[in-house]
Ligand binder design. Structure first.
Ligand SMILES: *Cc1c(COP(=O)(O)O)cnc(C)c1O
Length: 355
């Protein structure tokens, strides 16, 4: 890379359905850090090496940028004048940013009152036509599907096959960094596109002989929105982890296949477990992610509690899907009030117990 990281399409072009004619609509997404755990890994088991794939440092601060660079590049190649998506927030932020980059209009439908403040701010700042629907994510998705079926707008939800193509590059990066596949890959599951995309990426590297083994995929849903765990559509999904507040995942079948083929597991974690994990990641590991992302760590702890990692030597990668600043309300709600002090050296020194 003589001129630095070129973004996921250019870097992984040979693995993606692109040609020289495909414009590269990129904000140099990808190449995110694989951060070794310093303190939390030990809680899983003595033989566990744990890494966090920190997707919060992408250009719009979530992994959705990997899929959106592909979806919008293909939409631009096909001459689309407008993109549309339904979103719990991060897809709309990415769609709005990449559409702006391409000079294409964007429309985003979001569930009114259930999108974290940072994500809403992004969609508006990038200039998307932002419409809050009196319904949940699944209702928004039904609407955008109907609109894109009948009108000339490009659907960039994860039903768009190019989204998964872009997202699979995160699995490539993990393997390129480790020199192999991990034994386990943990991630939060909402619409189930990302777990499907990672599995696709690992399988492609495996078939090409780049890696010799495949990981078991570990998916975690919020207990109030866990249709795949229960095996039935969740009519009224509820969770503080708004990015995975989805009752009828679009990629349900594909995710089930990934879980089955990889010998993986899918489990539910409660909101309390998610918020505890969220706080541990930031205060003990120094990695600030949004609540949905923390489902990865919450789920790994759940498995550890049942002895899953006992006596096992293994490498575990947990994807942290989005940045903590996406949801500033939650961050402030979880923290204590800042302490107040007068503007006086003596008072502050005394407060800190240093005097
Ligand atoms: C989209 C998203 C998820 C869920 O990914 P799916 O592909 O819908 O399963 C998890 N966390 C964050 C932060 C997201 O934006």
């Amino acid at each position: 890379m003589p001129h630095g990281w070129p973004g996921v399409i250019e870097h992984y072009a040979q693995w993606l359905p692109v040609s020289d004619a495909t414009p590269r609509i990129t904000l140099l997404e990808g190449n995110t850090p694989l951060i070794p755990s310093e303190t939390l890994a030990g809680r899983l088991g003595e033989g566990v090496r744990l890494y966090f794939k920190y997707e919060g440092v992408n250009p719009t601060c979530s992994f959705k940028d990997r899929g959106m660079t592909m979806a919008v590049s293909k939409a631009a190649e096909e001459g689309a004048a407008c993109t549309i998506c339904a979103s719990t927030g991060n897809t709309s932020a990415a769609a709005a940013a990449y559409s702006a980059r391409a000079g294409i209009e964007s429309v985003v439908l979001i569930p009114d009152g259930y999108v974290a403040l940072g994500k809403l701010a992004q969609a508006l700042a990038y200039g998307a036509r932002t419409i809050a629907i009196d319904g949940d994510f699944d209702d928004c998705l039904t609407l955008v599907r109907a609109i894109s079926d009948s009108y000339p707008v490009a659907l960039v939800n994860s039903l768009n096959p190019y989204r998964l193509q872009g997202q699979k590059t995160a699995a490539f990066e993990v393997c390129d960094r480790l020199g192999r596949a991990p034994e386990y890959h943990a991630l939060p599951v909402g619409n189930a596109g990302n777990i499907t995309a990672y599995w696709m990426g690992y399988c492609e590297y495996h078939e090409a002989g780049v890696i010799e083994s495949l990981p078991a995929m570990l998916g975690f849903q919020a207990a109030g929105a866990c249709p795949i765990v229960r095996g039935e559509v969740c009519e009224k999904p509820e969770t503080v982890a708004t990015a995975i507040r989805i009752g009828n995942p679009a990629r349900w079948q594909e995710a089930s296949a990934a879980l089955r083929e990889s010998g993986g597991r899918i489990e539910a974690v409660t909101d309390d477990e998610i918020l505890e994990a969220y706080r541990e990641l930031s205060s003990e590991e120094g990695i600030f992610c949004e609540p949905a992302s923390a489902a990865s760590w919450a789920g790994l702890k759940l498995l550890a509690a049942e002895g899953f990692f006992d006596g096992v030597e293994c490498t575990v990668v947990a994807t942290l899907t989005g940045h903590g600043l996406k949801d500033p309300d939650m961050a402030v709600k979880m923290a204590l009030e800042p302490e107040k002090a007068p503007n006086e050296l003596g008072a502050v020194v005394e407060m800190l117990g240093l005097g």
